[in-house]
Write a protein that binds this ligand. Structure first.
Ligand SMILES: CC(C)(COP(=O)(O)OP(=O)(O)OC[C@H]1O[C@@H](n2cnc3c(N)ncnc32)[C@H](O)[C@@H]1OP(=O)(O)O)[C@@H](O)C(=O)NCCC(=O)NCCS
Length: 345
């Protein structure tokens, strides 16, 4: 092997001043599931679900769809919206909790299916906060000069991970995926991430039992997602307003200057409580995508961004506050400029 000649210092890629989301694509499964259909298997009602959560319908994936296949669809549309060829993507980050095998990661499969030609690939497990975690990582990868373009995907298949007869969970969740291409920009499009976790409340959203327990005691129920809804509600309602204000402060943005506030679509009542607690001006568009989408965990922020862009409530380039929170309990927020949307996304 030839010796490497040169000085003893290590070279690094030059940093990049600014980053932005260059394109957004989403995938919503075809099948619309009404509250009436959910109530065929749980003791509840359309009215209870609407008033307690804001959810009217959600989408469930078809049997042949997966977190990977939905992520690929969303990723393809994000690439189209950004005008960046798949081969230029240096890293694919996939935020998901519902890729059903632990190995290999979903990201490697998504990177391959999109034709990136061997991009680095990493899954991000941060529950419903996953998309904003991955977006923060992607922005820093680009800023640090590690990669020019990073694809961030949030994708979830909640319909097969929530027990159809569990009325504390089943009505909340839906399936779908969203993706953005992150790359260099002339002006800043992704503010500093404000993030954290509270593992002391890890039991509030969990999988139960674990797979080994299940394998050793096959008489018990298979693993499902379980949730202490009231604990999650309280944590989100009390803590997330403070995180939203810290995020605005770190980005140096006044709340009046926002065009949109896009919190994780966990529950319409949580959204309203947070909006009130930060004194969100009425002029700022507030996402309520949950009505038609349910809570899609790590996919909820990009899906909600798409809904505001598609309906014209906010334009590409508009200033938005993203705020995601969930299992962990983990949270992450950043101020961003809204990306262009793929036609037909
Ligand atoms: C799940 C959630 C909607 C429940 O709403 P809630 O107001 O906290 O309701 P509670 O759990 O206190 O239950 C209130 C009553 O409704 C009943 N109830 C619970 N689920 C029900 C359902 N699906 N249908 C009808 N009644 C239901 C309870 O038994 C209880 O009855 P009681 O008053 O007679 O004891 C709410 O806690 C929530 O949205 N939490 C956050 C969930 C979330 O965002 N999770 C995703 C992670 S980000």
């Amino acid at each position: 092997m030839a010796a490497v000649r040169g000085s003893k210092s290590i070279s690094t890629a030059p940093p990049v001043a600014h980053t932005a989301m260059l394109g957004l694509g989403v995938y919503r499964p075809e099948r619309v599931v009404t509250n009436a259909e959910i109530c065929e298997q749980i003791d509840s009602s359309d009215e209870w679900i609407r008033t307690r959560s804001g959810i009217v319908t959600r989408r469930f994936a078809a049997n042949d769809e997966s977190a990977v296949s939905m992520g690929v669809q969303a990723g393809r549309r994000a690439l189209e919206a950004s005008g960046i060829d798949a081969a230029r993507i240096g890293c694919v980050l996939v935020a998901t909790s519902t890729h059903l095998t632990q190995t290999p990661p979903a990201s490697a499969l998504v990177a391959d299916a999109l034709g990136t030609g061997g991009a680095a690939a990493l899954d991000v497990g941060a529950g419903c906060a996953g998309f904003c975690y991955a977006l923060g990582l992607a922005a820093d990868l680009v800023r640090g000069g590690s990669e020019e373009y990073v694809l961030v995907v949030g994708t979830e298949l909640m319909s097969v991970t929530t027990e159809p007869t569990d009325r504390t969970v089943r009505f909340i969740f839906g399936d779908g995926a969203g993706a953005v291409v992150v790359g260099p920009s002339e002006t800043e499009g992704i503010g500093p991430v404000v993030w954290g976790s509270d593992g002391s409340q890890a039991e509030a959203i969990r999988q139960e039992p674990d797979w080994l327990d299940f394998a050793e005691n096959p008489d018990q129920k298979r693993p499902w997602i379980k949730m202490e809804g009231t604990a999650v509600f309280r944590w989100a309602a009390f803590e997330m307003g403070k995180v939203a204000l810290r995020t605005l402060e770190r980005a140096g943005v006044a709340i009046e200057d926002l065009d949109a506030f896009i919190p994780h679509q966990a529950n319409s009542r949580i959204t309203e409580v947070i909006a009130r607690s930060i004194h969100l001006p009425e002029s700022v568009a507030l996402s309520h995508d949950i009505e038609e989408t349910g809570n899609t965990s790590a996919a909820s922020i990009p899906l909600a961004m798409e809904q505001l862009l598609r309906t014209g409530a906010v334009q590409p380039g508009g200033l938005a506050l993203l705020l995601a929170f969930g299992a962990g309990l983990a949270y992450a927020g950043q101020v961003v400029t809204m990306p262009p949307l793929a036609t037909g996304a």
